[in-house]
Design a binder for this molecule. Sequence first.
Ligand SMILES: C[S@@+](CC[C@H](N)C(=O)[O-])C[C@H]1O[C@@H](n2cnc3c(N)ncnc32)[C@H](O)[C@@H]1O
Length: 218
Amino acid sequence: MQLCCVWRPGSYPAFVAPKEAEDAWADAAATWDEDPLVQAYAEAALRTLLETCAREDVALADARVLDFGCGTARIGRALAEHGASVVAFDISPAMLDQLRARLPVDGPGAVEAVSVLTPEHVGFDLVVASSALGFVPDLDHSVNDLAGRLKAGGLLVQWDWESAPGDGHGLTRSAITQAYVAAGLDLISLETGFEVEAPDLTMAPLMGVARRPLVDLR
Ligand SMILES: C[S@@+](CC[C@H](N)C(=O)[O-])C[C@H]1O[C@@H](n2cnc3c(N)ncnc32)[C@H](O)[C@@H]1O
């Protein structure tokens, strides 16, 4: 599957999945939201996110949030329950279908499920990427794009499997740090976010937290 980034002059790139592309996540999407591992991961990630928001003074009520690579947006939907207004983006039509089937008709916050990020999707207080940035074709490019969608002072929070150089999956600490620096973000923390024991594995992803500076040199 190829992801192409469409640059519009004077604006941020939009992530667009080509229409003919195969949906690599279609099979997983059908059972994603009910998977106990997905649920345990999302619960742990949400707990660490809420702690981070409290520590970094991000008030979720009325916050604008982007859930990047949202899947069924377990995190985005939970943030909407805290009053945030959430844009949930994914390149997988099947994941977005599953998400739309789970959206409440009303509630304290709103979730907009989108398959394209446009130049209008900017000004976020918080961008979350839960096990998503490890799948993009160009990490530096994607982090740079997401940084541009944050408000000055806004937070980027990501969780990804930690890989050793040459693993071919996951992300290294140095790759994440380099992407933040290249995007002009201030690194707040980069460490194992949580540990959840499952029958055959321990889920212990890296959690990166970075802030778009108040005085922006981008
Ligand atoms: C492991 S799932 C995580 C889903 C969700 N964030 C969660 O924590 O349950 C990875 C998600 O990333 C999405 N994804 C993969 N490549 C992407 C890309 N280049 N841009 C945006 N999303 C992408 C997939 O469609 C899939 O929904």
